[in-house]
Unconditional design. Structure first.
Length: 60
């Protein structure tokens, strides 16, 4: 189990280093790109269930 935790910690550090200077939109694009590659590799179909440019707004 300790080896698994060490590997997970290493992945977390790598992801942080990869994304620490990115803005929110760039992080989302990066994560989606990785997810698409993984899904393709394992034959998983990803469906977009969220409408593009649909943001919740608050008024005061």
């Amino acid at each position: 189990m300790n080896n698994f935790e060490n590997q997970l910690d290493e992945i977390r550090v790598n992801l942080y280093e990869e994304t620490k200077k990115m803005n929110k939109e760039d992080i989302i694009r990066n994560v989606n790109s990785h997810a698409q590659k993984i899904a393709q590799e394992f034959g998983i179909k990803i469906e977009n269930t969220v409408k593009e440019n649909c943001f919740q707004t608050m008024t005061i």
